[in-house]
Ligand binder design. Sequence first.
Ligand code: IDP
Ligand code: MG
Length: 152
Amino acid sequence: MSSERSLVLVKPDGVQRGISGAVISKLESRGLKIAGMKLFQISRDLATRHYGAHEGKPFFEGLVNFITSGPVVAMVVEGPRAVEIVRSTMGATDPLNAQPGTIRGDFGIEIGRNLVHGSDSLESAKHEINLFFSAGEIIDYDRDIDTWIIES
Ligand code: IDP
Ligand code: MG
């Protein structure tokens, strides 16, 4: 199956709470491969572009303030159906509805402090990865273990 890439952010609440490692661990143990990773301070300009689809919504200002309030861990994660696999690993947007075992279901309580971002479609993944990463920051490499994770 052909690989997809998704943009994942450990949001400022996750970094401040020391949960970055747990998030990375969850994605890695699911079988996803990390193709890019950096600690990153999001500017207001980047936040507005990244969350452009939510401009005008009542929570938009709070969301931009929050996502720029401290560093995030930005990652490009790769694997078959990576976009949907990341979304199911994160759990529902509102942690109240996120299943236990998911990142938001294990670590979160409120929607405005839901710890992680993951692209919601292949199209937005491509757009978001371009916003956060230059081509040279994404590494194409093989893992021997992938024959035990990916059938073909
Ligand atoms: P997603 O992060 O699961 O893709 P989106 O609907 O794209 O969810 O919303 C982006 C982010 O905006 C959410 O992760 C959450 O932090 C915040 N958000 C969404 N809806 C609300 C809301 O009703 N109140 C406060 N924050 C919200
Ligand atoms: Mg979204």
